[in-house]
Design a binder for this molecule. Structure first.
Ligand code: NAD
Length: 356
């Protein structure tokens, strides 16, 4: 592996990276724990046929860092972690793999909890549950709070409302043009809520069956998965994978506001400055997509849907404050949001020095 792992951990501030291999099941998984200042690490487990081990490690490192930001911005008492399984979710899933993963997670004694993410489902973790209790987002039948897609989508909607309020003086989606990239567990609900709120919705997915089903069910306009990025619209909602805003696409975006669920939407944080220069209002991903994390964090304390909805609502006020400060200081919304996160990590760290 060409990457210098300790340099990378130092650069991003990681505490621990664990390589897990089980010969019997063939499981290969990486668990990255970024920062546990606020509490035990929490973050989903991805399964993808990564082209290289380095790509898998990079994904785990980036995503776990993002989880620290997400939990900190949402006001949660959890740190950031993420697991990735190297494998094809369509071909390599088995009871053995998810039980083996459960055994490895259990060795961490609650220092890291996980659940579904891209390429995994809540049902996969029912297998892991046979080996560990450090899981979240389990099916309701197994004592969990169920799928997080809709709560994540509700947070994205509040991010859209805040963006529209800041840009146009009204949070209403009525008559607004919304382009949704990725119509999966979150994107479907984003498209549905936007249609219900009177928006004209354009949707795209690389899976033709998904786009066909969702466009006929919701009456949205289907478009090409790549063209959707450049579609002229009021709100662009990236709800597929990361890095959709990159050095090639950033100057082709034709939207006023970006608010979506994908993690790491910016290929690199400096692109936030380019978005600002172009007059595009960016709702930082780790604030807009916190609804699912808020749900699973609540599950650990005994799930209360009303409390979860209330916390998701706060995404709107937080983003309005971020947008205002970004305007006042001439900085990108990303820079302001990261400042907010660092301040919280710093004072919680300082407070914990107080001893009885
Ligand atoms: P999902 O796998 O259910 O859906 C993703 C969809 O995007 C799939 O239908 C896939 O075919 C499609 N897709 C992939 N690449 C695409 C492309 N280039 N163009 C168009 N469509 C494409 O995943 P999800 O749970 O809906 O999550 C979507 C994103 O939101 C991911 O980045 C995920 O990490 C993030 N996220 C999800 C949650 C959650 O609660 N599920 C929470 C926070 C963040």
């Amino acid at each position: 592996m060409a990457m210098d792992i300790f340099d990378e951990m130092e650069r991003r501030g990681h505490e621990q990276v664990i390589f897990n291999y089980d010969r019997a099941s063939g499981l290969k998984a990486i668990i990255a724990i970024h920062d546990t200042t606020l509490g035990p690490a929490l973050g989903g487990c991805r399964m993808l046929p990564y082209a290289t081990e380095e790509a898998a490690l990079t994904d785990a490192l980036r995503l776990s860092e993002g989880m620290t930001f997400k939990a900190a911005a949402a006001g949660l008492d959890f740190g950031g972690g993420k697991a990735v399984i190297l494998g094809d979710p369509a071909a390599d899933k088995s009871e053995a793999i998810f039980r083996a993963l459960g055994r490895f997670i259990d060795t961490l004694n609650g220092r890291y909890r996980t659940g579904e993410d891209v390429g995994t489902s809540e049902d996969d973790f029912v297998q892991s549950l046979r080996e560990t209790n450090y899981l979240v987002g389990l099916p309701k039948a197994y004592g969990g709070s169920g799928d997080t897609g809709d709560n994540t989508a509700l947070g994205v909607m509040r991010a859209m409302h805040a963006g529209l309020m800041h840009r146009f003086g009204s949070p209403s989606l009525k008559g607004r043009r919304v382009a949704v990239q990725g119509l999966g567990k979150v994107g479907y609900h984003v498209a549905r809520h936007a249609v219900e709120e009177g928006a004209e919705v354009i949707g795209a997915d690389i899976n033709p069956h998904v786009v066909g089903r969702v466009s006929s069910e919701l009456g949205i306009e289907p478009t090409d998965p790549w063209a959707v990025v450049e579609t002229s619209c009021d709100v662009f909602a990236p709800c597929a994978l990361g890095s959709v805003i990159n050095h090639e696409t950033v100057d082709h975006l034709e939207c006023q506001v970006i608010a979506g669920s994908a993690n790491n939407q910016l290929e690199d944080d400096k692109l936030a400055d380019r978005l600002r220069e172009r007059g595009i209002l960016y709702a930082p991903d780790f604030i807009a997509n916190a609804g699912g994390l808020i749900q699973v964090a609540d599950e650990i304390q005994g799930y209360n849907p009303e409390r979860v909805r209330h916390q998701i609502e706060s995404i709107y006020d937080l983003l309005l404050a971020v947008f205002k400060e970004a305007d006042e200081t001439g900085r990108s919304t990303m820079a302001v949001a990261l400042d907010h996160v660092r301040k919280r990590l710093t004072y919680v760290h300082a407070i914990r020095r107080i001893r009885s």
